[in-house]
Write a protein that binds this ligand. Structure first.
Ligand code: AHR
Length: 633
């Protein structure tokens, strides 16, 4: 019934085709991939002691005060001043609860560090990891020895137990006065062993996908729910104690599940995003604020004659990422340890912004950026309403403006994804390219507790993605959203990867993304059923690519039916194919099947051998399955 002509090239597959969308939502960054265990380490949350508990046995034993030096230090004004009077064994202490507790591992080393200032040495700090019963499971001692201006001192100690929700106690011994700030605890098993770095398990899941790009830092956090809390990349680089924390867009009455302790400390800032992109071989795709706050919340915009700083941020970002170390921002990159350019090729202007006010601002950005960097590609937003008027207006307008890339978002029911697999079959071929920048099939109402990452959603996305792949000449990039969610701290469902304080697992959707990405090939080839694109007739979807580097023919087929289906695929082309192939199958008995911490691989790809004979391959597809056939050429 089906036919693949593997010499008939339909389109090149862009190296960027399948990527990831990173946003600090659902504790994706702070409390997530950024491995800092101490919450509110610099006392800058709007309640300065949020996350901390002070214990003082007797009135005259000492005091702990939050001091504000806002005129002297605008980025990090607060610190604590500890005064102790013959303090002993826990009589004066501070405890940090972690983000949702601290996940610690048996026999792993932990690096504790603190910035301090004192007139004379006198106080000793005892640091202890404690489990939920208060039992000490790891301990160290630190005696700040220097005097004068702020210094940093570190110690390391091990945990002797694995605990999901540990806490950090710091108790003081002796008499004296000391100022403390940036109280920090990191595990030593961070990604690439970088001090103050990322959770390895979470980065590994991304690296395993071999993503073509990483979009950051969002999402709505780019916009902020008002302009004053928009994401400003310049405030996220340089020494971490100088990065000015802001409230997270997902910590507001607008969040579907408000998290009063959700702030962005920017330990994961723009330098780290670029570094992460480089580590996992993905092209960086930063999205910048276009002078508009999140339109779902407010209609706040920067006045046109006050747009310059926003545009300048965009120009300076390109300089920071790419330009010589003799330039102002190139020098900053070098000082942060990366003299080599990051090779930034594209940037998004605005996220889910719309209306004439968006177009007006976008034109100003586009002119300024293209005047200076003519080959630089810009991603323009067309919003979240793929079937609506607002979307049509923007799409038409942006095409008229010859936008390089248009970013379309769709959070829809699985049926929508099945019905829209041919969405791009008739798109204009010579104009703007498409970035399917955020999408996810919704098993229930978006963000509801019942909105699960089911097999049904994953299969619907796979079906839709065959349509993206078939149209790779138009669709140059795609990413599922959101990426990460912490089981105790999410605001949005469904999400690609779930984590707790110690573990992480990929959903069925994750495996769909990964299977497309690691099998993206280099060219789309002709694949038809009854002479037409295979886009849902009889519930079957299909597309095929060749990979000129690995010399493989790769055929993707989705059976969205509740019954098994056989597909006989004729293979036509000059090059001889191997007689033995492999088919990787993603499926499960039940459409509602999900993965979980208990069964992280309940729905995960399984490989089987498959025979090729007489120029044909017969594929027996189980119900609701995604199948990837690979044949050596
Ligand atoms: O992915 C979650 C949110 O969905 C993003 O922040 C926003 O761009 C979209 O509305």
């Amino acid at each position: 019934k089906y036919n693949v002509q593997y010499d008939e090239i339909k389109a090149d597959v862009q190296p960027t085709m399948w990527g990831v969308f990173f946003e600090d939502i659902n504790m994706g960054a702070d409390g997530g991939i950024y491995a800092e265990l101490v919450k509110n380490r610099s006392f800058e949350f709007y309640k300065p002691l949020m996350g901390w508990t002070i214990k003082r046995d007797k009135f005259n034993e000492g005091d702990i005060l939050v001091v504000n030096r806002k005129d002297e230090n605008t980025a990090n004004p607060r610190y604590i001043r500890v005064k102790a009077n013959n303090a002993v064994n826990g009589s004066l202490s501070l405890t940090n609860e972690g983000f949702r507790g601290m996940g610690v591992k048996k026999d792993l080393g932990y690096d504790f560090s603190v910035m301090y200032r004192q007139k004379s040495p006198g106080l000793k700090l005892h640091t202890e990891l404690v489990d939920s019963t208060g039992k000490v499971i790891g301990a160290g001692e630190l005696s700040p020895s220097e005097t004068g201006d702020w210094k940093k001192q570190s110690i390391s100690f091990k945990s002797n137990a694995t605990v999901q929700k540990a806490k950090l106690n710091i108790w003081f011994e002796g008499s004296g006065e000391i100022d403390l700030d940036m109280i920090s605890l990191f595990p030593q098993d961070t990604w690439k062993g970088r001090k103050g770095g990322f959770r390895s398990d979470m980065v590994q899941l991304l690296a395993d996908m071999k993503p073509g790009f990483i979009r950051f830092p969002g999402g709505c956090i780019v916009e902020g729910h008002e302009l004053s809390t928009r994401y400003q990349w310049k405030k996220t680089i340089g020494p971490i104690e100088e990065r000015q924390l802001i409230i997270n867009r997902w910590n507001t009455e607008f969040a579907h599940r408000p998290a009063p302790d959700y702030f962005q400390t920017f330990g994961l800032g723009f330098f780290e995003y670029f570094q992460l992109a480089e580590d996992i071989g993905a092209q960086p795709l930063p999205i910048l604020n276009c002078g508009m706050a999140c339109q779902f919340n407010t209609a706040e915009v920067a006045a046109i004659d006050e747009l310059d700083p926003y545009v300048q941020d965009a120009l300076d970002l390109i300089e920071f990422a790419n330009d010589s170390t003799d330039t102002k921002w190139g020098k900053v990159r070098a000082e942060m340890g990366h003299p080599k350019p990051f090779n930034l090729k594209m940037m998004g202007v605005g996220n889910e912004n719309w209306g004439p006010q968006y177009v007006e601002r976008l034109k100003i950005f586009t002119k300024a950026i293209k005047d200076k960097y003519p080959d630089f590609k810009l991603v323009n937003s067309s919003g979240t309403d793929p079937d609506g008027e607002r979307f049509d207006y923007l799409n038409t307008t942006l095409r008229g403006m010859k936008a390089d890339i248009i970013d379309e978002h769709y959070y829809r029911r699985p049926e929508w994804f099945l019905q829209n697999a041919s969405r791009y079959d008739n798109y204009p071929r010579n104009g703007s390219k498409i970035f399917a920048g955020e999408y996810a099939a919704q098993s229930d109402k978006t963000v509801s507790v019942d909105n699960k990452n089911t097999l049904q959603c994953a299969i619907a996305e796979a079906a839709f993605m065959t349509g993206l792949e078939r149209n790779a000449d138009v669709v140059n990039m795609a990413s599922y959203a959101p990426l990460f969610a912490h089981i105790d701290g999410w605001q949005w469902t469904p999400d690609l990867i779930w984590v707790d304080n110690l573990n992480s697992y990929g959903t069925p959707d994750y495996y769909v993304q990964k299977l497309f990405s690691v099998n993206k090939g280099t060219q789309v080839v002709a694949m038809t059923g009854d002479g037409k694109a295979i886009a849902g007739t009889d519930g079957i979807f299909g597309s095929a690519v060749v990979d000129r580097k690995s010399k493989e023919l790769i055929i993707k087929m989705v059976n969205s039916n509740a019954s098994a289906q056989n597909a006989e695929i004729s293979l036509g082309g000059k090059v001889k194919l191997s007689k033995n192939g492999v088919v990787t199958v993603l499926s499960a008995d039940n459409l509602n099947q999900t993965n979980s911490f208990q069964a992280p691989k309940a729905v995960s790809p399984q490989d089987k051998a498959i025979k090729i004979s007489g120029g044909k391959v017969s594929l027996a597809m189980t119900p609701n399955s995604f199948n990837v056939i690979k044949i050596k050429m």
